[in-house]
Design a protein around this ligand. Structure first.
Ligand code: AMP
Length: 229
């Protein structure tokens, strides 16, 4: 691919609508290329499972499918993002609003790192909704599965702790369409912002291909070694 980065970036932001497969892709980039994942959705769900002060305030937003207010995301970032300069970090789910864009810039300055690629996994709303209905999550440990893309060894059962898998509260049909609308409303300006203002490090891959092809394209875009076809 002609637009691959020449040096693989140590800090990446990955974008993709709910159901784009971005989280599975992020996990594989983490496992095979050493990125530590910074996933605001997962951190928020962990706070809810712990039932701590932050978790109690974000729960209602998560269950409704709405975004968590920027102020609470700021608290989450302060709690969770301590010293990323030494690590290879992949941001999955952040920034999610234009209000969070300066927040990321502030963390870059304060913690001494800089984003080396904004990577968009482009999928149509129709394809994304079809994928979301197959997602499952472990209510105990938070491991994620997909009945087609990443099935557990035993149907509807967590490989790690044997719990019965559930639908994420925010994957319920009434919530799925709302989450797509929210993505279109909030993420489109962010993507436009980076596409125009950081075009040299903005990359998009076609997320509607089979997963292996999406992963290979993402690796190439990031200047990483792609798996053999
Ligand atoms: P995700 O796992 O990334 O799909 O996120 C699940 C839910 O967490 C979203 O629907 C939002 O309610 C919330 N969330 C995750 N990241 C953010 C963020 N950066 N800003 C606001 N809400 C977020």
């Amino acid at each position: 691919m002609s637009n691959r980065l020449t040096v693989p970036p140590s800090h990446v932001v990955i974008f993709g609508r709910p159901g784009s497969g971005k989280s599975t892709l992020a996990e594989r980039l983490g496992a095979e290329h050493g990125y530590v994942l910074f996933r605001t959705g997962e951190l928020l769900r962990a706070a809810v499972r712990r039932d701590d002060f932050l978790g109690r305030r974000v729960e209602i937003h998560l269950a409704s499918g709405n975004l968590v207010p920027d102020q609470l995301i700021f608290e989450l970032m302060e709690q969770s993002l301590k010293a990323p300069a030494a690590e290879k970090l992949l941001f999955d789910g952040f920034p999610r609003t234009m209000g969070q864009v300066p927040l990321l810039e502030d963390f870059e300055r304060r913690l001494g790192f800089s984003i080396g690629c904004y990577l968009d996994i482009a999928v149509s709303p129709v394809a994304a909704i079809a994928r979301m209905t197959g997602r499952r999550v472990c209510p105990t440990c938070g491991a994620t599965y997909h009945i087609v893309g990443k099935p557990p060894k035993v149907a509807e059962t967590c490989d790690l702790d044997g719990s019965t898998l559930v639908n994420r509260t925010d994957d319920k049909p009434e919530v799925v369409a709302l989450r797509q609308q929210i993505f279109d409303e909030y993420a489109t300006p962010i993507l436009d912002h980076y596409r125009a203002g950081a075009s040299e490090i903005f990359r998009a891959v076609d997320g509607e291909q089979p997963f292996e092809a999406v992963y290979a394209d993402a690796c190439r875009a990031l200047g990483l070694e792609a798996p053999a076809a």
